[in-house]
Design a protein around this ligand. Structure first.
Ligand code: NAD
Length: 484
């Protein structure tokens, strides 16, 4: 049976405490994960601190950039291994993982290597009281050891999105992957070893959150900053841990994202876009749409068309051709999602389609499958309109005016993303200005340029990562003032 080991100071490390990794498609055990305790987490943080002082800390930027390029090239060379690991971890369709997760996993190293190579420093010249001059310039220093706590929905992509810039800036990392998805982070250890990145730069500790590796890592005073993607509630616990030692955090948290569809939209594009945003990755995307607001004149037509799309999605295992919807990540998550399916009905929803679990072949019947689901008819106070579900489902409600659409979109404690569908350019910009989110897509969704700021407003996060914005978190700016 496959063993998922910790990766500490350049060595794969077993522990005597293990837990099962199960396949989302069948619920069968596919491996054992070696849980890191306090001692292993301490070893990893210590190794990361030592690496800062050692060869890694002394590398020139050019050399560091070359190494990160080599990491990306090695991921691409082992594309199929990463693809298999990602699919085993998540059960997502092969087509999705091969188009998004693995290429992005590699790209995250190259993009930030390029940024660190090209970013300018700011300088200011000033007059001094004695009639002379001084120049100021700012230099960037690595923050130190970065604790990286990751979710399970896009495990490789979201982990490298943090590790890429952290290493580009000269930091070292200790990663705590989700307990649900230990595969790709472990495999990446082999890549770092092959490329010859110094020991202790990249470390992986497996385990859970509370009273396990997640808590041990975030509370460890040898960690200088914590970057976290996951649920808002977990963010609260991590923020409390980071308060001791006043350590900075970068948070990418939950969402309850709205799609706003105007009657003047390109209808087919809007339907295709909302189909993706509601159901891609079985609805397990932080940017996904769980609230759809459609202008009244096209409401019925839109509901019918989205229903047809949802019913046309083939539910199945990763390697089956034409599959559009994989399983949910775990039995526990399926229980959560289906409890929302029941709650929607209890609160009076009209179930347009779905609402249950599909019948699957015998070998898949224990997998965590759910039907793509659409509701209408609920008031804005309904639980499924207020809380993040993280499943393949959405509620569709009608609206009449632009003002009403803005008020509906903003009526949430979250503020991660929105998508607006309209051919009226003025209206598009007005909506972008008015909706309280970190990311606004017009006539698109999840279209990403990695140089742009990424993050959430309100309860959806703290800070922005992406492009030069990542440097704000992963470096300390030091101002040097020189009296001439
Ligand atoms: P989660 O918060 O349950 O877990 C995320 C990670 O935190 C896991 O590695 C977990 O072990 C760890 N953890 C849990 N409790 C902890 C604690 N007390 N201390 C330290 N670590 C702890 O999230 P999840 O279920 O893995 O992921 C789904 C959530 O992530 C959704 O809410 C989704 O919206 C969010 N998400 C956000 C973004 C974004 O960019 N904003 C991207 C992807 C996912």
């Amino acid at each position: 049976m496959k063993q998922f080991l910790n990766y500490i100071n350049g060595e794969f490390v077993a522990t005597d405490k293990t837990f099962e990794k199960r396949a989302p498609v069948s619920n069968q055990i596919i491996g054992m994960v070696h849980e890191a305790g306090l001692a292993e987490v301490d070893q990893a943080v210590t190794a990361a601190r030592e690496a800062l002082k050692g060869d890694w800390g002394k590398l020139t930027t050019v050399k560091r950039v070359e190494m990160l390029y080599a990491v990306a090239d090695e991921i691409n060379r082992r594309f199929d291994d990463f693809l298999e690991a990602e699919i085993a971890d998540t059960g997502k369709p092969r087509s999705l993982a091969s188009h998004i997760d693995i290429p992005r996993g590699a790209a995250n190293f190259k993009v930030f290597a390029d940024i660190i190579k090209n970013v300018p420093n700011e300088t200011f010249q000033m007059d001094t009281p004695d009639g002379g001059k001084a120049i100021n310039y700012a230099i960037r220093k690595p923050l130190g050891v970065i604790g990286v706590v990751c979710p399970w929905n896009l495990p490789l992509l979201l982990m490298t999105w943090k590790v890429g810039p952290a290493l580009a800036c000269g930091n070292t990392v200790v990663i705590k992957p989700s307990e649900e998805t230990p595969g790709t982070a472990t495999l990446l250890g082999e890549v770092f070893e092959k490329v010859g990145v110094p020991k202790g730069v990249y470390n992986v500790v497996h385990g859970f959150g509370p009273n396990s590796a997640g808590e041990f890592l975030t509370k460890h005073q040898g960690v200088n900053g914590i970057t976290f993607t996951g649920e808002t509630r977990t963010g609260e616990a991590i923020m409390a841990a980071a308060a001791k030692g006043v350590r900075p955090v970068s948070f990418e948290l939950g969402g309850k994202n709205a799609a706003i569809v105007f009657e003047d939209c390109d209808f087919d594009k809007a339907i295709a876009g909302v189909t993706r945003s509601a159901f891609e990755n079985c609805g397990q995307v932080c940017l996904g749409t769980e609230r759809v607001y459609v202008q009244r004149p096209i409401f019925d037509k839109f509901v019918a068309a989205l229903k047809a799309k949802a019913e046309g999605l083939k539910v199945g295992p990763p390697n089956e051709p034409g599959v559009g919807l994989g399983p949910l990540i775990s039995a526990e998550h399926k229980e959560k999602v289906t409890s929302y399916y029941a709650k929607a009905v209890a609160e009076g929803a009209t179930v347009v389609t779905g609402g249950g679990s599909p019948k699957m072949a015998d070998e898949l019947k224990n997998g965590h499958w759910v039907e793509p689901t659409i509701w209408t008819g609920l008031p804005e106070t309904a639980t499924v309109i207020r809380e993040e579900i993280f499943g393949p489902c959405c509620h569709i409600a009608p609206f009449d005016t632009e003002e009403e659409a803005i008020a509906l979109a903003n009526n949430t404690t979250y503020g991660l993303a929105t998508s607006v569908w309209t051919e009226n350019i003025g209206r598009a910009h007005r909506m972008a200005e008015a909706i309280e989110v970190g990311l606004c897509w017009i006539n698109s969704w999840f279209l990403r340029d990695l140089r742009t700021p990424f993050g959430g407003a309100k309860g959806s996060g703290i800070g922005r990562e992406g492009g030069v914005h990542s440097l704000e978190f992963y470096t300390e700016l030091r101002n040097v003032c020189v009296k001439l």
